[in-house]
Design a protein around this ligand. Structure first.
Ligand code: SF4
Length: 92
């Protein structure tokens, strides 16, 4: 059950229901946004991310990826921790 009421906002020229807290978290916490495989417009862009993008574009939705078997850190990525923050070192 939602603890925050969605609000109507305009995004990309269309009014859509928006969960503002989730939408704000998406900008900093979506795995794709800190993934070395996300390369929009390039031939080696992540195939999963490409499919998700097409869904978002076609249906005016936004999503945040919280699980992925293929995520890899980008150089200098940070993973937040309650004690302040830990510098993440890519493993591959
Ligand atoms: S590998 Fe996973 S986290 Fe990385 S861009 Fe693709 S779907 Fe997103």
């Amino acid at each position: 059950m939602l603890t925050e009421a969605p609000v109507k906002q305009e995004h990309y020229g269309r009014e859509v229901w928006t969960h503002q807290a989730m939408d704000n978290l998406r900008k900093t916490q979506c795995l794709c946004r800190s993934c070395g495989r996300l390369k929009p417009g390039l031939p080696d862009n992540c195939a999963i991310a490409g499919k998700l993008y097409e869904i978002c574009k076609a249906d005016d939705v936004a999503m945040s990826i919280t699980r992925c078997p293929d995520w890899i850190a980008t150089p200098g990525s940070f993973v937040s921790a309650p004690c302040g923050g830990v510098k993440w070192q890519p493993s591959r």
